[in-house]
Design a protein around this ligand. Sequence first.
Ligand SMILES: [Cu+2]
Length: 171
Amino acid sequence: MIKRIALSLLLAASLAAPVLADVTAGSLVISEPWSRATPPGARVGGGYLTIRNTGSGPDTLVSVASPASEKTELHMMKTEDGVMTMRPVEGGVEIPAGGVLTLEPGGYHVMFIRPKAPFKQGESVPLTLTFAKAGAVDVALTVSPIGAPGPAGKPEMDHSAHGAGQHGSSE
Ligand SMILES: [Cu+2]
């Protein structure tokens, strides 16, 4: 019963507006998952988020998957001889104990290859992150406008509108 209420609240929230709530998986805290709107016919889209490891041992982001694109890869962007290149990451990315891994434009990122439909501002893109220890974690990337430098507005989270107590344990 309680579960059902929580689920319907969650559903209502996700339909109404993007909610930037942290996702906790074991000792990992995943925050600000976001993406960018893609123009029609775009061959790729990007995915970005921050992973904090609050545990006493390292974990590794091993792979990424999404039903939103034909293929989904973890990429690293580098500048070599003045040319921006990117390539799939081999063997995953380690997040040391107490460390932070940020997927962001110009660095590590999730690459959605051949999105099945354009990413639209205000919608969300489902993504599954698989970690060596924490296992598979589902997140939803909030879609910012085309060319946005970061997650929409980076708002201070408004706790007044909902009293469900979904967060507060992460700090
Ligand atoms: Cu890429």
